[in-house]
Design a protein around this ligand. Sequence first.
Ligand code: UDP
Length: 372
Amino acid sequence: MLDYLIVGAGLAGAVFARVMSDEGYKCMVIDKRNHIAGNVYSTEIEGIEVHQYGPHIFHTDHERVWKFINRFTDFNHFIYSPLANYHGEIYNLPFNMNTFYQLWGIVNPEEAKMIIDRQAEASGITVPDNLEEQALKLVGRDIYEKLIKGYTEKQWGRDCRELPPFIIKRLPVRFTYDNNYFNHPYQGIPKAGYTSMVERMLSGVEIRLSEDYIKNRKKYEKIAKNIIFTGSIDAYYEYCYGALEYRSLRFETEILDTGNYQGVAGMNFTSLDTPYTRIVEHKHFRFGEGNKDRTVITREYPVAWQQGSEAYYPVNNERNNRLYEKYKRRAEQEKNVLFAGRLGRYQYLDMDKVIKSMLQLTDELLGKSEDN
Ligand code: UDP
């Protein structure tokens, strides 16, 4: 009899399995995919680590999370500094003094603030109701139109006026010449590679791949006292209240006979007439390593999600949040099932937030206080 059957071998499941196995609980991890590591899974192509489900850059400001993850790998010093390409014009991201110089030819933070304030005031928005209003208030019209509108509408498949304001608040706005996409003190790519990192996390834990829990529910319920479910919460309940919506992605990966295709790991294409949102050139995540003569690039196309296809981004609008609350209330009645991770909680969570939430969950189960 297992203490915990963990459904999903991604980061959430792996953290849970590691902590609880170390505490002496009998755990088993199953995954319907034929590999571990969930969406952080990476493989080697032409000697280059390729992020199979979109680029993952680890970053955190959480000391405990950083210590935890460093048990399984060291990190390189990669700092994500993507570029935006708008009709062939190149801009630095996130929005910072370099971007403002490229847009307006100004070099002084006060001047940049004045331009943004003037444009924000002209939009007349006080309390933003949607993403467009939030963006106009935060960075003004020029940046909204060149760097936000097209990218966002492609990514989410709907008008910026139909999207919630909080999405755009993920991006920093800085009045310094600093192209670091993240504000966190710890950042990097696992030197061991993402898949090996998760493999080490799961060492000694029984794993079964290509195993669909939903299809084999009866069999698994019999062998486990508790279930940690990191798949989609609506799928667990067989969509009884209706399906939650997600945004999906299609990746087009190419091997090219050049040592350096675009000179940067991430290039965002921010106009509506380029059908993909970004091109990732994987080798640049690991400076100086790997194949010198060839490169691997991935174009990322946002696509509508259908039941059965990979769910990437929860669409947290009012309809879906209300529906999720219904599933959550039902989940709270469960005695032996806990829902976790991005899909289980229907929340866009960065990797560090996933780890943090799993450490909190295991603390609760083990009766430990937060700062252990
Ligand atoms: N975004 C944008 N232009 C960009 C990059 C991002 O407008 O060049 C917006 C877009 O709405 C996106 C949000 O910022 O959904 C969050 O971007 P982030 O890079 O965090 O998205 P992720 O890479 O995590 O999908």
